[in-house]
Design a protein around this ligand. Structure first.
Ligand SMILES: Cc1cc2nc3c(=O)[nH]c(=O)nc-3n(C[C@H](O)[C@H](O)[C@H](O)COP(=O)(O)OP(=O)(O)OC[C@H]3O[C@@H](n4cnc5c(N)ncnc54)[C@H](O)[C@@H]3O)c2cc1C
Length: 416
């Protein structure tokens, strides 16, 4: 059965492409995706990355179930399966980790440890030898404690987005790229479309805003509940021989230091991200938005990544870092997504608040967004638009300090 409702998706990143895919698969014939990037995945998409962790442990079992559903799609759906590598997930804390990091790890583990899907899939890690049993290539000191989860791994992130984009094109989704959306167009309280920087207008019955960290630039009333925050990304360029030695290593995450992945087979780049509570950018006032230039990382993040390497692969700890950049997401105080109509308005849905844990949901997120389009409301209370007030935040699974870019010294603005 076909559906000719005109759906305009603003932002062709992880949530936008997933939405387009699910709509197209369900017979929608009039779907257009607008993105400011000249190609997809766009440089501004948080999902445009070598790889992303695909894991289901969450402090909250609700998300554990959703992520398990996503993992099953990563394993079985021929669109996504070529990009999923189930190398396992080594999650640990170092002896210096704050109590908060240890508690978060314990809660995450409890969300999967009694779940039948993980029967026989989890091994506790108490000693360096335990760690070397699952990652023999690691020869650092690693006085860590944690566990190894076999039902997890990583996805080749940009490649999977590219494949989703290609399938959407085959299924008849229209893409208009290289032109940023600047405003929504209203007929009273009804949104009737969006206009771009070049002055083009796109009409729609429903507009779905999936602009990630930039969402509040189009819908400023989102700002109290969505904060653009960045985390750093950097890589070490390995030789083919070095990469070969690390083939098949698990995704390795010391909650208080950061995480890294198996080297990319095409480029031999080993990708790393440091832990932290994020970096904001309040340069324009009281709304944090991604800046024009994200092609550098703060010095303290470089130090954290080198500390992580010193613990695991010390021979790499002093190597140059390449392709360094900050990656921006839409963070919420409770880490819940927001997938809802804008209150008091008709015809516009936001699907944002990914809170840095949205990529793994690429195969399934569009299904949730399609449901809201079709039902005309968000049935899941936790994903509704929320009126929130300010004050210090303390996100339970985040370890470290929150910084703001406007502090030239990158000085700490909030200690968590
Ligand atoms: C360092 C880092 C590591 C991460 N690791 C993981 C991980 O391991 N696993 C995981 O599940 N998640 C991870 N994430 C989170 C994940 O990347 C995001 O949750 C996800 O990509 C968010 O999807 P999105 O569609 O909301 O936003 P995005 O993917 O960022 O897409 C937003 C899109 O909107 C477009 N856009 C912006 N402004 C405009 C405009 N004005 N007009 C038109 N288009 C516009 C952009 O070009 C972009 O394509 C990580 C995030 C970061 C920062």
């Amino acid at each position: 059965m076909t559906n000719s409702k005109r759906v305009l998706i603003v932002g062709g990143g992880t949530f936008g492409l997933s939405t387009a895919y699910h709509l197209a698969k369900s017979g929608y014939t009039n779907v257009t995706v607008l993105d400011k990037g000249a190609y997809l995945p766009s440089d501004a998409s948080a999902g445009n990355d070598l790889n992303k962790i695909i894991r289901a442990e969450y402090e909250d079992p609700f998300y554990a179930e959703l992520a398990l559903d996503a993992i099953q799609q990563w394993q079985r759906n021929p669109l996504f399966a070529p990009y999923y590598h189930q190398v396992g997930y080594l999650l640990a804390t170092s002896p210096a980790a704050p109590e908060k990091a240890k508690k978060s790890l314990a809660k995450a583990l409890s969300s999967i440890s009694r779940h039948p899907a993980w029967a026989g899939q989890i091994t506790p890690l108490e000693t360096r030898e335990d760690i070397r049993a699952v990652a023999p290539a690691f020869d650092g000191p690693m006085k860590w404690r944690g566990y190894f989860n076999r039902l997890a791994g990583y996805a080749h992130a940009a490649d999977a987005l590219r494949a989703t984009y290609a399938v959407c094109c085959e299924l008849g989704i229209e893409f208009r790229l290289g032109d940023a959306v600047k405003s929504l167009t209203w007929d009273g309280d009804r949104c009737v479309g969006a206009s771009t920087a070049s002055g083009r207008f796109y009409g729609a019955d429903v507009v779905v805003v999936t602009m990630g960290g930039a969402a509040a630039s189009l819908i400023p009333s989102l700002a109290p509940q969505v904060t653009a925050k960045a985390w750093s990304v950097a890589h070490v360029q390995l030789t083919p021989a070095e990469a070969a030695k690390l083939r098949g290593i698990p995704v390795t995450y010391a909650r208080d230091l950061g995480f890294f992945f198996e080297p990319d087979p095409r480029t031999n780049l080993l990708k790393m991200c440091p832990s932290g509570a994020g970096i904001t950018n309040y340069e324009g006032g009281n709304v944090s938005l991604p800046p024009a230039d994200s092609s550098y990382i703060p010095a303290h993040d470089e130090a954290a990544m080198r500390a992580l390497l010193r613990e695991t692969l010390p021979a790499l700890a002093d190597r140059p870092l390449v392709n360094q950049h900050m990656c921006w997401v839409a963070d919420t105080r409770d880490s819940e997504y927001i997938i809802d109509f804008v209150p008091g308005k008709k015809g516009v849905i936001v699907a944002t608040g990914d809170s840095g844990h949205g990529y793994k949901m690429l195969p399934v997120a569009g299904r949730w967004i399609k449901k809201v389009i079709e039902e005309g409301a968000q049935a899941e209370a936790r994903w509704r638009w929320k009126e929130v007030s300010g004050g210090p935040e303390d996100i339970s699974w985040r370890v470290g300090n929150l910084y703001d870019l406007k502090e030239e010294s990158k000085k700490i603005v909030s200690k968590l």
